[in-house]
Design a protein around this ligand. Structure first.
Ligand code: PLP
Length: 453
């Protein structure tokens, strides 16, 4: 038997000093870190020099890959020009003003203003606070409850983790907070009734939402948070009519719709925003990740003209809008985000995604024919394969078999990084991926499946 590979110095430093996010901390010393040292196009390279196709764009974010020269150059110039300044109390800087204007121009529905933060979690926490502030401002202080969905992922700060509908984000963190609760997940394959059409399933979920709002009291329900496609919950694509039906209920009871576009924003679904793909008309929209292609932390919250007007009037009464971050509108982050948006236009990234998506989805669905895949699903350049022990009955694998992580590990050995979320394995490649690279990605995944089955 081979002796285990000894940890490198970097790995030892990591094991002894670094507390990892979303990691089994008790197992970290045994498993050891995968130390990534460089990026090159759609590839990342580890400290042993092994190259991997990053089939997840890191954490759904590096849309322009890992070495785009224009983003690097923009960052260097921004650091040389103004490495930091804040935006409190009427301060501004050129990139933040330009980026805000650009985002309003790109928004899927008319928006009034853009607020900046640093992460998706902060953007969603900010949106929660804005929802509460808004309802106080319009004289409806009783409207404070927020609904999100089981299997949603909205981040990890206290409010965002409460919005998230995944048990590990709540367990032993004493979450969710009281004002936040969850409704049905729109996953037809798992939650549709036998012989129920997607259309009927969507109608049932919208009816259930209405019953829930009535039970809570319409005068107490403030907002509904939703990702267009649920990402970390397993790449769950809703039925085509789901959001139209949900929105009709929300409008009836004056409940705000907050679209969490942290994954879907900036081309992932084949439109600039997932809201366009799924017919959502949000009052508030949060985005991050591909806003800067993941090169620097930045997120944004867009608010409708009506929400902005109410917030602005209330802040006038109080004397300030008492919310914001030291790094809101950071000039280096805004410069790189602005350059990212320009690259999307100059390199016709949206058209590229639209051209590649049919082939990507067809290959994904071809893998869906395999005995171990229950459902292949996705839209644009995002997709997932749900592994099952029995295809006919949709029976899941026993949890101790760790089927998803095992397939992801085999893929990694084949030089492909994918992400296992339970037994669902996700793909979210950089949007710049070429047709040939996509072929190679699927060839590696096929090889991993060959060893898995
Ligand atoms: N919202 C969605 C849909 C996400 O996928 C994520 C992260 O994956 C977040 C919010 C949280 O973003 P962050 O990790 O930047 O706080």
């Amino acid at each position: 038997m081979n002796a285990p590979t000894p940890h490198t110095l970097l790995a030892q430093q990591d094991i002894s000093a670094h507390l990892h996010p979303f990691t089994n901390l008790a197992a970290h010393a045994d498993v050891g870190p995968l130390v990534i040292t460089r990026g090159d196009g759609i590839h990342v390279i580890d400290e042993q020099g092994r190259r991997y196709i990053e089939g997840m764009s890191g954490l759904w974010c590096s849309s322009l890959g890992f070495s785009h020269p224009r983003l690097v150059a923009a960052g260097i110039e921004a650091l040389q020009t103004l490495p930091y300044y804040h935006t409190f109390n009427h301060r501004s800087n050129p990139p933040v003003a330009q980026l805000a204007e650009k985002l309003l121009a790109l928004a899927p529905v008319p928006m009034g203003r853009v607020f900046f933060a640093n992460s998706g979690s902060e953007a969603n926490d900010s949106a929660v606070k804005m929802v509460w502030y808004y309802h106080n401002a319009i004289g409806k202080p009783g409207k404070k409850k927020i609904l999100a969905r089981h299997k949603a992922y909205h981040g990890v700060t206290v409010a965002a983790a409460s919005l998230s509908g995944l048990p590990t984000n709540h367990r032993d963190f004493d979450l969710p907070i009281d004002r936040i609760s969850h409704v049905d997940c729109p996953h037809h394959y798992r939650f549709g009734l036998p012989s129920e059409s997607e259309e009927d399933f969507a109608t049932r979920l919208a009816d259930a939402l209405e019953q829930r709002i009535l039970a809570e009291g319409p005068d107490t329900v403030a907002a509904f948070f939703a990702e267009p496609v649920m990402g970390a919950g397993g790449v769950i694509v809703p039925p085509a009519t789901y959001f139209a039906k949900i929105q009709a209920v929300l409008r009836k009871y004056e409940v705000l719709l907050v679209a969490d576009e942290v994954i879907c924003g900036f081309g992932r679904t084949g439109a600039m925003f997932g809201s366009t793909t799924f017919g959502m008309q949000p009052d508030i929209l949060t985005c991050a990740k591909a806003l800067s292609s993941g090169y620097v932390p930045i997120s944004a919250v867009m608010v409708s003209p009506a929400v902005h007007a109410a917030i602005a009037a209330n802040s006038g009464k109080i004397g300030t809008f008492g919310h914001g971050y030291t790094y809101s509108g950071h000039p280096v982050a805004c410069t790189i985000a602005l350059e990212t948006l320009r690259v999307y236009e100059d390199e016709h990234i949206l058209e590229h995604v639209q051209a590649l998506a049919p082939g990507f989805q067809a290959r994904l669905r071809a893998l869906g024919q395999r005995a171990s895949v229950g459902e292949a699903r996705g839209v644009g350049l995002i997709g997932a394969l749900e592994l099952v022990a029995d295809k006919a009955s949709r029976q899941s694998f026993a949890p101790e078999l760790k089927a998803g992580p095992r397939l992801a590990q085999l893929a990694q050995e084949e030089g492909l990084i994918v992400r296992a979320m339970g037994d669902t394995v996700a793909l979210c490649p950089p949007l710049i991926i070429s047709e040939a690279e996509l072929g190679e990605l699927f060839a590696r995944l096929e090889r991993a499946f060959g060893r898995f089955e």
